[in-house]
Design a protein around this ligand. Structure first.
Ligand code: FPP
Length: 247
């Protein structure tokens, strides 16, 4: 399978990924879980490259959920350290490839060093014109929806918004992902078939793909296969097949 098998005129605009299976990948090899996360960071680099090569404009990666704070302290600390070093090591690469870094989630929860590194990298890459790479960090869909409801309630309380003007568009524009488009494809690696609190509002009409491959093994070929399957699915958005075919 290669890029030439893909219809380049019918590409997804936004791919979101739940990168699962790092810990099991390491365990299978008799290694500490952190080796799995390190190999996971290499997989991130590969997939960012492929997505950029295909000129897909948006890639969103679930790198650390709100619930991941409940992992053992040593793993949380090591993940934060890995994040800082990955940003430092990849910054030149991101610049060369015109990647714009973005973050969603409660960044204030992250260690100071991590916040600083992220903010500097987001600023440095802000004028890049290629892929927008969004990292979901200390993120969960319920956290994001709660934040959105709080902000909208505040506007109503202040008399700046009438309850009748709360529309799906207003809600979307108040989410942390705004102005990203909703994902066309959501991939979860690692063999589990669940959403785990990721992009709950945004995936209403997203095509879901659950694959057994563990994240550190996820390669260009796996992504191309999923894009090919996506291109063969009919997205009806609530309409009938006949309606879709006639336009
Ligand atoms: C889930 O696998 C993975 C995570 C919680 C962390 C994801 C982090 C990376 C891929 C590395 C760094 C990322 C960037 C953006 C540089 P798991 O630990 O739940 O695996 P398991 O289900 O096999 O235990």
């Amino acid at each position: 399978m290669s890029i030439s098998d893909i219809d380049l005129t019918h590409l997804p605009q936004h791919i979101a990924i739940i990168m699962d299976g790092n810990g099991r990948w390491a365990k299978e090899r008799g290694l500490e879980r952190m080796y799995g996360h390190q190999a996971g960071a290499d997989a991130v680099r590969r997939i960012v490259e492929t997505t950029g090569k295909l000129q897909i404009p948006y890639l969103t990666l679930y790198a650390f959920s709100t619930e991941n704070w409940n992992r053992p302290r040593t793993e949380v600390d090591a993940l934060m350290t890995l994040l800082v070093s990955a940003i430092q090591n990849e910054l030149d690469n991101l610049m060369q490839n015109q990647v714009r870094l973005n973050v969603i989630g409660n960044v204030d929860d992250l260690p100071e060093a991590c916040q600083q590194e992220l903010i500097a990298a987001i600023h440095k890459t802000s004028q890049n014109k290629g892929l927008t790479l969004t990292l979901a960090l200390s993120y969960s869909g319920r956290w994001e929806i709660t934040r959105m409801v709080t902000q909208i309630a505040q506007l109503v309380e202040n008399g700046q918004l009438a309850a009748k003007d709360i529309t799906p568009e207003k809600i979307a524009a108040t989410l942390n992902t705004f102005p990203l488009p909703d994902p066309d494809i959501l991939i979860r690696t690692g063999g589990e078939s669940r959403i785990s609190n990721f992009l709950l509002w945004q995936i209403a009409y997203t095509e879901l793909f659950f694959v057994d491959t563990k994240w550190p093994d996820f390669a260009e070929n796996d992504l191309l296969k999923i894009i090919l399957q996506f291109q063969n699915r009919e997205r009806r958005f609530g309409k009938t097949s006949e309606q879709i075919k006639s336009c």
